[in-house]
Write a protein that binds this ligand. Structure first.
Ligand code: BT5
Length: 239
């Protein structure tokens, strides 16, 4: 596949019609010394990874599977995956889709997931940001939507290039003025201000109000004492 637009944005672009997982492939490449902002893209993943051992479905022709290497995320490892969600949110706005971010980094449209993000840190300190964006309709059993179902259209190359450009800009804006980006995240968040149920590491559940994002990217939940949630899932509750 020709990826002319993406080639202008990333330091290198590797395309696979089918692969186990773009995150796994990028990790293998990083072990062999890949560059900052190199990207791996695939049409279909046979072992697409979600968070906490879950899986991500990405079929040929209906999805974007993109992994980006970010070398030395000085001072913002916790924020990088939130920033990636913001990059997708900005890109969707530009193609006429109104989305919101469910903490930490699910991008939803009217409660349905259009994009999931899985970030990890390699032993070398390089981060892998893995982005799965639905371009066309998905398995109806998933609570999912897609760019096409939201009435827009974009090619894999255009989507990857736009997300890459937004991510680059957001990282440099974040390094210059983190407060500005934190405010943009708070505005895009559909979790802040909501009553949520959350599972703490170890399995204990808490209920409270999602209050703010802490400096490290954690979600602060008031229960009424503030509790920090650094990883895991939250469920939005009504009322
Ligand atoms: C995520 O996990 O949302 C992170 C997904 C990251 C995928 C990208 S694709 C490129 C890169 N390479 C990889 O191998 N991974 C990354 P989580 O929050 O755990 O959500 C996973 C859950 O979302 C699953 O258990 C399903 O319920 C649901 N799901 C799976 N595929 C989906 C899809 N295409 N659209 C919407 N929901 C989906």
């Amino acid at each position: 596949m020709r990826l002319e637009l993406s080639e202008k944005v990333f330091s290198s672009v590797s395309w696979f019609d089918e692969i186990d997982s773009t995150n796994l492939e990028l990790s293998r490449r990083l072990a062999a010394g890949a560059e900052d902002f190199s990207a791996v893209l695939a049409g279909k993943q046979t072992q697409g990874q979600g968070r906490m051992g879950r899986s991500w479905l990405s079929e040929a022709g209906t999805s974007l599977s993109l992994s980006i290497a970010v070398v030395g995320p000085r001072g913002y490892p916790g924020w990088l995956s939130l920033i990636a969600a913001l990059a997708v949110n900005r890109m969707l706005t530009k193609i006429g889709i109104q989305s919101g971010i469910k903490w930490p980094n699910d991008v939803l449209v009217d409660g349905k997931k259009i994009c999931g993000i899985l970030s990890s840190l390699e032993p070398s300190g390089t981060a892998i940001v893995g982005i799965g964006l639905n371009l066309g309709a998905q398995d109806p059993q998933l609570n999912a939507t897609s760019v096409a179902q939201e009435g827009s259209e974009i090619s894999i190359d255009q989507a990857a290039a736009m997300i890459g450009r937004e991510l680059r800009e957001l990282i440099s804006e974040y390094l210059k003025n983190p407060e500005l980006i934190k405010n943009e995240y708070a505005k895009a968040s559909i979790t802040l201000g909501q009553r949520v149920r959350a599972e703490l590491p170890g399995g204990r559940e808490i209920n409270g109000i999602a209050h703010e994002i802490a400096p490290g990217g954690e979600l602060v939940i008031l229960t009424p004492e503030p509790k920090l949630l650094s990883a895991g899932d939250v469920w939005h509750l009504r009322g």
